[in-house]
Design a protein. Structure first.
Length: 329
C-alpha cells in the first residue's frame, strides 16, 4: 500500500475515532483486528504487517475516561478473542490524541502500513501524535523458527534462514507471548532447516517466533510529539507499559532558524527527527527516526502551509512543544 494523508473536520472525539478507522482500514489497508465500538469506552485495535509484510504492529485507539482525549496504546500482540493485549506500551497520562469531546475541530491523518501520525487543531494550537514503527537503524531481517523451542542453555533453534545472524552477537527473539535478548553462539546453514544455537533462552517460544536485530520497533508517543515515546521493546525486551522510554530529537543542531530559508536560493531544509532510547544508561542508543516527519525552521512558513520538494508535498505545523515540523502528504 502507498502513503496516504487526509484533512478533515471531526464532530467530537467519537467522530474522529470513526474517521480514523475508515482512513486506516479502507484507505491505508490496515486490518480492523478488534472492533469494540459498542464498549462503554469504544475502541478499535488496528493490525498491520507493515510495508514489508514482515512486521507486527498492533495499535489501540480508545475513548478515554478523561475528557479531551483518545487514549492510544501499542502492543506486542493483541488477542481479539479475549480482547487482551500482550506487552503494552502506553501511559494513561501522556499517550493520547488531544481532541474535543463534542465540539468540531480540524484534523490531519498521515499513514502507511508502518505508522500513523495524527495532528489535531484545537482553536489555534496544533497537537501531534506518532505511533507505529520507526525507520530503524538496525536491520529488519528476521529468521523464523520452524518448530517450538524450550527454555534452557545451548538451545538449538530450527529456522528458515540462519544467515541473518552472526555468532557472538546479540539478537532479539519474540513471539506473541514473550520477548528477550539472546546471544547466538553458532549457526548451521548446511542443514535443512538451518539452525541457530543460542547460549541461554529464558522462556519457551512457539513455532514462527522471530529472531533478528530489531524485530518490532513499535513506539507510541506523547500527545505533543515529537518528544517522549514508549516502545514495545528495548534491546533486551519488555519490562512494563512505560518501562521502555525513549525520545525524539531533531537532527538540526539548533540551526534550523538559520537555514530556513537558505539565503542563496530560498530553499527549505528538512531535518529528520531521530529516535533514541533514553532510560537508564544501559539502554541509551540511537534507534532510528520517525517516518516522513521532519523538523524545519519557521522563518518563511506558517502552520498549514505546504512545502514542495520535487514531486513531494509536505504539510507544515508549529506543534505545541514539538516545534516546527513538515509532514509528507
Amino acid at each position: 500500500m502507498a502513503y496516504h494523508s487526509i484533512q478533515g473536520l471531526a464532530h467530537g472525539r467519537l467522530d474522529l475515532l470513526n474517521q480514523l478507522r475508515t482512513f486506516l482500514v479502507t484507505t491505508t489497508g490496515w486490518n480492523l483486528h478488534d472492533d469494540q465500538s459498542a464498549d462503554p469506552q469504544p475502541y478499535f485495535v488496528f493490525k498491520s504487517h507493515g510495508e514489508s509484510g514482515a512486521e507486527d504492529v498492533y495499535l489501540q485507539f480508545r475513548i478515554s475516561t478523561t475528557s479531551g482525549r483518545i487514549h492510544v496504546a501499542a502492543f506486542q500482540y493483541w488477542d481479539a478473542a479475549t480482547h487482551t493485549g500482550v506487552n503494552e506500551a502506553s501511559h494513561t497520562s501522556y499517550t493520547y490524541l488531544r481532541v474535543e469531546d463534542s465540539a468540531d475541530f480540524i484534523f490531519w491523518l498521515f499513514a502507511d502500513l508502518d505508522h500513523v501520525f495524527v495532528v489535531t487543531k484545537l482553536i489555534s494550537t496544533y497537537y501531534g501524535h506518532y505511533s507505529g514503527l520507526l525507520k530503524r537503524f538496525w536491520s529488519g531481517a528476521i529468521a523464523l523458527t520452524q518448530a517450538a523451542v524450550t527454555a534452557g542453555s545451548g538451545v538449538v533453534l530450527q529456522v528458515n534462514d540462519a544467515t541473518v545472524v552472526t555468532p557472538g552477537q546479540d539478537y532479539v527473539i519474540k513471539d506473541d507471548a514473550g520477548i528477550e535478548r539472546v546471544r547466538v553462539s553458532a549457526i548451521d546453514t548446511a542443514v535443512t532447516p538451518n539452525t541457530i544455537t543460542v547460549e541461554t533462552l529464558v522462556r519457551d517460544y512457539a513455532s514462527g517466533a522471530k529472531i533478528g536485530e530489531d524485530p518490532q520497533p513499535v513506539v507510541n508517543s506523547y500527545y505533543n510529539a515529537p518528544g517522549t515515546f514508549y516502545a514495545v521493546n528495548k534491546f533486551d525486551g519488555w519490562t512494563s507499559a512505560s518501562g521502555q522510554q525513549g525520545r525524539c530529537g531533531a537532527a538540526n543542531g539548533g540551526l534550523q532558524g538559520e537555514t530556513d530559508p537558505e539565503m542563496r536560493y530560498g530553499t527549505t531544509i528538512l531535518f529528520p527527527w531521530l529516535a533514541s532510547m533514553s532510560g537508564s544508561a544501559v539502554y541509551q542508543e540511537l534507534r532510528g527516526e520517525l517516518i516522513e516527519i521532519f523538523s524545519v525552521g519557521g522563518g518563511n512558513i506558517a502552520s498549514e502551509d505546504t512545502i514542495q520538494i520535487g514531486t513531494d508535498s509536505y504539510r507544515v505545523f508549529n506543534l505545541t512543544t514539538g516545534g516546527w515540523c513538515a509532514v509528507k502528504e
